[in-house]
Unconditional design. Structure first.
Length: 321
């Protein structure tokens, strides 16, 4: 090979190498531009074709139903702190709610209605003055058996308010014969739902044009049920010790007035603060019974401390540890 040939060969090789490096550099730059800039991926949860609710499989392939369910499932999946807190609270309150639903022939899925209504907070009050875990208005609460007085508000009593909610749900089911419509009526009221079914010539809640809150309502129940029954699948890793444990309390039956609940608490070996926490329906520093009988829950000292196993919760049904 001549000297000129060698020089030409080297020059050609250098040009090819430069071109290859340039192409490689461009590819690397494009790859870097497309690479995620956050530390974790946000993945859209899989949306099934059917969703179970109250013993029926609800077909959600229609565009508005699929998108409605997708919105709520995505929201609860990535609203991490709140959803995890709900799962923890459920372990305390579901053991109270479930037997009452069962005794009243209300589908177990309605425990998730309480979840979305109040975030399982028995003391919460809405801007519309609905109170308690089942968010009952005062008139509705009294109609279905809850006592509401200056010193008592049984809307904050988990057991009593659940019983009142069951009475409403049974009345609504007797009217509509469909649990999804019943759920919508819990949010909007039977009068509103009945009127819209008639005006819109529809026979189910999913075909109705309603205000956004009511439109989202049943999808929210179905979505939170999906996550609660499969927390690990949706990225919620909890150990049994993370769940809020149920309490077994001693019941003290009272039918006479208690002028000072602080003194009453001390006489029963607990703080006034614990008396209020375990009996959030006591709304004053005294109790005026008005001739009625009430059951006050007294927690046991030994039960106020956590001693639970370290196992991971995968698919609760429903967990109590």
């Amino acid at each position: 090979m001549t000297k000129n040939s060698v020089i030409s060969f080297c020059a050609g090789s250098l040009i090819c190498l430069t071109a290859c490096l340039s192409l490689g550099s461009n590819d690397s730059e494009k790859e870097m531009e497309q690479r995620p800039v956050v530390s974790s991926m946000t993945v859209s949860p899989e949306i099934p074709n059917t969703v179970p609710f109250c013993g029926k499989m609800i077909d959600i392939t229609r565009y508005n139903m699929r998108e409605g369910f997708d919105r709520e499932l995505s929201s609860f999946t990535y609203f991490h702190a709140n959803t995890m807190l709900l799962i923890k609270r459920a372990n305390r309150y579901f053991p109270i709610i479930e037997p009452i639903l069962k005794a009243n022939n209300i589908p177990d899925d309605f425990k998730y209605l309480a979840v979305i209504e109040s975030f399982l907070d028995p003391r919460v009050t809405s801007p519309a003055r609905a109170v308690g875990m089942w968010q009952l208005l005062e008139g509705t609460a009294k109609q279905y058996g809850c006592s509401v007085t200056p010193t008592v508000d049984e809307r904050c009593n988990v057991e009593k308010s659940t019983q009142a909610a069951c009475r409403y749900l049974k009345a609504a089911y007797n009217k509509y014969g469909d649990w999804a419509v019943v759920a919508s009526s819990y949010n909007a009221g039977m009068g509103r739902i009945s009127g819209e079914l008639q005006k819109q010539d529809a026979d189910n809640t999913f075909d109705l044009w309603l205000v956004e809150e009511t439109t989202r309502y049943v999808y929210r129940i179905m979505a939170i049920k999906q996550i609660f029954e499969n927390p690990y699948k949706y990225g919620f890793v909890l150990r049994a010790r993370d769940l809020y444990k149920p309490f077994e309390c001693t019941e003290v039956v009272v039918s006479s007035d208690i002028p000072d609940l602080s003194v009453f608490a001390k006489e029963h070996g607990i703080t006034y603060a614990d008396l209020k926490r375990f009996n959030p329906w006591l709304r004053d520093r005294k109790l005026i019974t008005g001739g009625a009988t009430y059951k006050i829950q007294i927690p046991q000292e030994k039960d106020l401390y956590y001693k639970t196993p370290n196992t991971v919760v995968h698919n609760p049904d429903w967990v109590v540890k």
